[in-house]
Design a protein around this ligand. Structure first.
Ligand SMILES: *Cc1c(COP(=O)(O)O)cnc(C)c1O
Length: 360
């Protein structure tokens, strides 16, 4: 048992079992007398670690054979550049703007071609997901881009856009492995590991074969070239070995738990406990349109900045860590990723009830 519940949006909570096993293996990984941090990325031992991680991820997400899995670095933000550099052949792509991360990806893409806002929810401070059932997509558009789960605003796509046949590219940073998805609906799925999978430093890209080509923009750095990374099985240079090892253990933890159907049911239970309370509370509220609520990131406010900061301070004293909202919008945010146990959410709600009674 740990002393606190960590609601950080990222880097975020990891399963106790995984961290314990990592601690046990720290000085001597499987009788090698060495730490995973100390072994060659070209060794048999590491080969096994990265191959097992890939196989377990494939089985968890049911990733078809015509998709490559890449373990890269640079964070989700670096993919904001890699995606247009590799995929913008006709130099035109469509972006759905549902928050700051989508906006950053869009701004980055504008450096390499014509990035077009296909839809946006900025008019209402990103508190909803725009209707994407009939987007105006150019016939020669290279792809349609979305941010599947909006970490800062707490919204999530419940219906995927009609891309008019163009590949769908999705930032999964804050909802990776939170529930089963149909990988075949996407051309490319990517995300930083530090929200729901493992330590910062690993970026996962799942990309359909036909999108890996020999013709990225000419100035594309070697390290950002999907073809080169795929041909080298993510070992073109030294990968984030230790981070991949932790991700692999998280995959095993999820499999043992029952896979993505099971974690989905747990995640929905956790989210329901919190949203049900927010909907009945007279002090706290969530301002997202209910049908677009995220099950991973739950922002809430009292409407009074002073009360918000008192709440965050007292919650911390009660062992509820990192409840401060994103610096751009303030308020509070509880990130309740896979590794957050139901008891953590229950404890948060109990604390909120008590705080409300004491401060009304
Ligand atoms: C955190 C986050 C990012 C940025 O990730 P980095 O790995 O820090 O670059 C991008 N997109 C989403 C949806 C995020 O939650």
């Amino acid at each position: 048992m740990r002393k606190v519940y960590n609601f950080s949006a990222g880097p975020a909570v990891l399963p106790n079992e995984v961290l314990k096993q990592a601690a046990d293996e720290m000085l001597d990984y499987k009788g090698t007398g060495m730490s995973v941090m100390e072994i060659s990325h070209r060794s048999k031992i590491f080969e096994e670690i990265i191959n097992n991680a890939e196989q377990d991820l494939r089985s968890l997400m049911n990733i078809p054979d015509n998709y490559k899995v890449l373990f890269l670095q640079g964070g989700a933000s670096q993919q904001f550049s890699a995606i247009p550099m590799n995929l913008m052949k006709n130099k035109i792509a469509h972006y759905v703007i549902t928050g700051q991360w989508a906006k950053k990806a869009y701004e980055e893409a504008r450096k390499y071609g014509s990035a077009i806002k296909a839809a946006s929810s900025e008019d209402k401070l990103f508190t909803y997901i725009p209707d994407c059932s009939n987007l105006n997509i150019d016939t020669n558009s290279d792809y349609v881009y979305i941010c599947e789960n909006n970490t800062i605003y707490g919204t999530k796509f419940k219906n995927l856009p009609d891309t008019k046949g163009k590949p769908l590219i999705a930032d999964f940073s804050s909802c990776f492995l939170s529930e089963p998805i149909d990988v075949t609906k996407y051309g490319l799925i990517f995300g930083g590991a530090q929200k729901n999978i493992g330590p910062a430093g690993v970026t996962i890209v799942i990309i359909r074969d036909d999108l890996i080509t020999n013709t990225p923009l000419q100035e594309t750095p070697t390290m950002l070239n999907y073809k080169i990374q795929a041909d080298n099985n993510s070992l073109y240079n030294t990968p984030p070995c230790y981070g991949i090892y932790i991700c692999g253990m998280v995959f095993k933890w999820l499999k043992k738990l029952g896979g993505l159907e099971e974690i989905k049911s747990i995640n929905y239970k956790k989210a329901k406990i919190l949203y049900d309370f927010l909907d009945e509370s007279k002090m706290f509220r969530n301002i997202v349109e209910p049908e677009f609520r995220s099950i991973m990131n739950v922002p809430f406010i009292t409407g009074n900045d002073n009360l918000d900061s008192t709440f965050i301070k007292e919650a911390k004293q009660a062992g509820l860590e990192n409840l401060k909202g994103h610096r751009s919008i303030g308020g509070m945010r509880a990130s309740i990723y896979n590794a957050m146990p139901i008891e953590g959410v229950q404890k948060l709600v109990d604390f909120m009830k008590e705080f409300e009674l004491n401060n009304i």
